[in-house]
Design a protein around this ligand. Structure first.
Ligand SMILES: Nc1ncnc2c1ncn2[C@@H]1O[C@H](COP(=O)(O)OP(=O)(O)O)[C@@H](O)[C@H]1O
Ligand SMILES: [Mg+2]
Length: 303
């Protein structure tokens, strides 16, 4: 904390927006803005709408903190706008945001870099059978487990395919990996504690993500040290290969001693109960300090 003297910068927190996760974003935006007011002299919350450009041109912020989750704000388009307006922003840049938002692109990059990810095929709308079972059918560009189905047989496959295609024209059929689900936050190449995600029932679907008490989160993962060391190396490698910046959270499934990367989140949830704040707290960093670190990481692709 800076004693009394606030940093003389105009900070805009972008929140709300139009995605399904609007309510979560409104909450986390307010929390972030409250925390940042301990550090900066000027904080303004801006609810992202079609007036965004006018709002930004009027306020002329020094930095934008992006507190949006899900479809809007995470796919590189907002990042492109902020690049054009020359306003440094938090999270990854245009290309890394777009790649991580698109699971097909993410997997192609991971495979091209020799990083393990569940094998997959791209689905065709007229398929009647999956190439392997059990499998996971998922839209390439979605989040919050929306349209994600674990499929055991051809009946389930047809239903899953129909649903997944509602959300995107690209649908992946992925090998189902049965193992321990682990997520790791990384901030400018600093790795934080992994968190083991244990839904009490089923897989980590929408309800298990957002309903209180449905999933156990363990900071003491009880994974062997050699796996934890390897996880750190792989996570850092992924962060670098994709060119992430600022805070990102990488999700894995570990089956026996094999580590599979599932996806990368470039704007992870930031409510006080989200996973990233839980993980960094283990390093003695509280929520307000984490918000400050994130705001401080704001930058542009083209400096
Ligand atoms: N290949 C897989 N094997 C086993 N479980 C998976 C696999 N892919 C996804 N899942 C489960 O589905 C959840 C959501 O899938 P994910 O690919 O992370 O999509 P989203 O972007 O919607 O979170 C994961 O957190 C995990 O529990
Ligand atoms: Mg996920």
């Amino acid at each position: 904390m800076i004693e009394n003297k606030l940093i003389d910068k105009k900070v805009v927190v972008l929140y709300g927006g139009l995605s399904a996760e609007r309510e979560v974003s409104l909450k986390s935006g307010k929390n972030i803005a409250d925390s940042l007011s301990l550090y900066y002299s000027f904080i303004r919350l801006v609810d992202v709408s079609h007036t965004l450009v006018d709002d930004l041109l009027e306020i002329k912020p020094d930095i934008c903190v992006i507190a949006l989750h899900g479809t809007y704000g995470e796919d590189g388009t907002l990042q492109g706008l902020l690049e054009t307006l020359r306003i440094p922003y938090t999270g990854s840049g245009v290309a890394a945001s777009a790649i991580c938002f698109d699971k097909l692109l993410t997997k192609m990059l991971l495979i091209g870099s020799g990083i393990n990810t569940p094998r997959f095929v791209l689905a065709e709308r007229n398929m009647v059978e999956a190439p392997f079972y059990p499998c996971v059918v998922k839209p390439s560009r979605q989040g919050s487990s929306v349209g994600v189905h674990i499929v055991e047989d051809s009946i389930g496959f047809l239903e899953a395919l129909k649903d997944a295609f509602k959300y995107d024209n690209n649908v992946l059929i992925e090998e189902f990996v049965s193992g321990e689900e682990v997520t790791i936050p990384i901030m400018d190449e600093e790795i934080f504690s992994p968190i083991l995600i244990k839904p009490k029932k089923g897989f980590y679907d929408y309800d298990n993500k957002y309903l209180e008490g449905m999933t156990e989160y363990l900071l003491d993962t009880s994974l062997p040290q050699n796996i934890l060391d390897e996880l750190d190396l792989i996570a850092l490698n992924i962060y670098k290969v994709i060119g992430c910046r600022s805070m990102a959270r990488i999700d894995f499934i570990i089956r026996e001693s094999e580590i599979y990367c599932i996806e990368i989140n470039t704007l992870p949830g930031m409510t006080s109960t989200s996973l990233v704040p839980k993980s960094v707290a283990k390093s003695g960093i509280g929520f307000a300090e984490l918000c400050f670190k994130i705001a401080n990481s704001a930058s542009l692709d083209n400096k």
